[in-house]
Design a protein around this ligand. Sequence first.
Ligand code: MN
Length: 356
Amino acid sequence: MNQERIRRVIANMEAEGLTQMIVSSTASLYYLTGLWMEPHERMIALYLDDTGRAKLFGNEIFGIVPPQGLPLSVHKDGENPVKDLAREIRPGKLGIDKFWSSKFLIGLMELRPDMTPVQGSGPVDKARMRKDSLEIEALRRSSAFNDKVVEQVIAKVKEGAVENQLAAEVNRLYLELGADCEGVQLVCFGPNGADPHHSADGTVVKAGDSVTFDIFIPFNRYWCDMTRTVFFREAGEKQRQVYDLVLRANLAAIEKIKPGVFLSEIDKTARDIIAEGGYGPYFTHRLGHGVGLECHEPPDVGNVSEFPLEPGMVFSVEPGIYLPGEFGVRIEDLVLVTENGCEVLNKAPKELRIVE
Ligand SMILES: [Mn+2]
C-alpha cells in the first residue's frame, strides 16, 4: 500500500464528510495498492475507512497476492460476492466508486439496509489529480514516445495512404517502443476529420485533405494522448484560417495555465478565441481532460470545471473546429501544471504543415 497516497485519500474523505468507502476501479486500486486487476463481471472492492483500516475483497480467480499489511477476503464463484463485505461495513454513509456495478451495490444494500450509499469516487479521484514525482516521470516518458511516433507516422502520409493502415502503423510503432498494449488510434482524412471520434476506416488520402492523428496509449500504465493535424499537398484559405485559429486557441490556453486559475477559465480562453473567429458552434467539446492511469480521468477541462489548478495536475488542451462535409482541425497537447506555470509534455511541432 502506498501510505502517502492513502493519507491523502483519507484527508479528502474527511473534507467530504465520508468515514468509509469502497474503491473498485482498476486504476484507483492500482494507485493505492500496486495491484492491477480487471475484474470484468466479478467483484473486487477495497474497503477503506477514515482511520486507515483497509481490507480487500475479491474473487479467488484473481489470484490476488495483497501487499504487506493489507488483509484479503476471498470469495468463490457461486457465493454471494458481497457477503463478507457486508459484515465489514459500519452503519451510515458508505462512499461507492462511480463504476462499481449496481448488482454488487444492490446486493450490499439488501444485506445492509442500515447503510446509505453515496458518491464515493471523489477522495481517490482528487488524490489522483495531483501527480506525484513517479507519475510525472512516467507521463513525461509516455509523451516523449508519442512525439516520436507522431513524426514517424506523419512521414507516412503519402499518395495512396489509408486511414486504418496508418492507425495500424501507429500501434506497431507504439509496441516497438514498449507500449503496454495496442489501442484504437484516430486517423481522419478530410471530411472524416469533422467527426471528433471518427474511427479509422478504408478512406484513402486526397490532395487538399486535412489529416488528423489523435493517438494515445499507455506505457508502463501511464497514458500519452496527442493530436496533430497536417494537410496533404495543399491547404486552402479556409483551412489555413481554421488551423491558425485552433493553434492560437491552443497556445493561449496553455499560456494561461498556472496554479490558482480555474479550469473553466482555461476552457473559456480557448473557446473565446474560436468564437471571435466565427467558429464557436463548431468547437463542440470540452477543452480537455485529465490524463494519468486512465486516458480520460478527472479533472474535466470544461466550462463548468470549478477547480483551481494545482501543481501536479496533468491534462489535455485540445481545441478543435469541425466543419461537417469539409474538414476538421484539432491540436492537442498534454500539460503538467508547475509551481508557476506549466510544462508542455508534447514537443512535436505545431506550426501549419503541408506534407508531401
Ligand atoms: Mn485527448
